[in-house]
Design a binder for this molecule. Sequence first.
Ligand code: ACM
Length: 387
Amino acid sequence: MANTDPVRVGVLFSRAGTTSRVELSQLLGTFFAIREINDSGGIDGRELVAVHYDPQCVPQHYRALAERLVQDDHINVVFGCYMSSTRKAVMPVIEKWQRLLMYPTPYEGFEYSPNIIYTGAAPNQNSAQLAEYMTRHFGRRVYLVGSDYIYPYESNRIMSDFILERPGGAKLAERYVRLDATERDFLPIARDIKDKQPDFVFSTVVGKGTRMLYQACADAGLDPLRIPIASLTTCEAEVSEMGVRIATGHITAAPYFQTVDNAVNRDCLARFRAWCGDEVEPNMCWEAAYFQVHLFARAMRQSGSDEVGRLLPCLLGSEFDAPQGRVRIDPITHHTRLHPRIGRVGDDGRFVVVAESPVGVDADPYLVNHAADEWNMRSVALGQVDG
Ligand code: ACM
């Protein structure tokens, strides 16, 4: 008799807390993919069932709920985490019990776990391209501002290296705000940016603080056309929160924007809207959360099991036609081949893709190939669509 038991998977995204807006989009991207898989017969007739807990953006809750998924719910595969601090909290649990985490968020790189698949961008897939674009179009004097946790520290270190290795590259300031910062925390920063007049601001502020930073800069009279804020995380979720008036002109590097112009993306967005309306704004983290579930389902159809030892060999090297283009899990790094893009918010609030890589780029999470020449060569391949 064929096995008809449901396949239960763990889901850890937050509905409350500082990054809940983007995490809700990841949650719905995950549920949407699960629904598509079930609508087309499940995994060889077995229904895929999500066991979701809300860790409320607190790393210790992520860790405790990962334990619960493993120990009480006997789950083998978990989809989840946004902030790197939450991934780092879950990792020891997943490794100890030999389970698998699929992580759909851009992050700082310099990590490998045999029990994690990374489907968001590593620094050679977003930071390198953003540094190239910003220094070419705006200048080499950068002002860094971030939230107070590991991703911003590390991401700022990497961005600083990319800027400072260029002649004339300068870091004018590096400031951090608490994750629960309020509007008042951003006022002195916006004033300081205005005083120092950098060529651009690099923001690694995440969650609710994002709107506050962009708002404070607008209120200080900073013109995004002259001194834009560049980011790796400010996506459609944050743009919809801050509103068009504040967002227009700012710049983000990501493998996916809603405006990516291909049939797979258009069809996927139409199906998603038909399913859940406009409750969330699809964005790079939504897309990675969506396609990683499909990658999992395909691998499990091949392996017949979600036990890591059997599933992983089928997942490694696997490919999928995602909304951003074809993606592939690298068997050695466990990271994903992605399509680097630069988007600038237009006056309708949608990202206009102003530069994109003509080919998928494998992750180089430890920046092994990091040399100025190497990036310059890659930047030549970064097709400019804005002249
Ligand atoms: C992040 O913390 N990886 C956005």
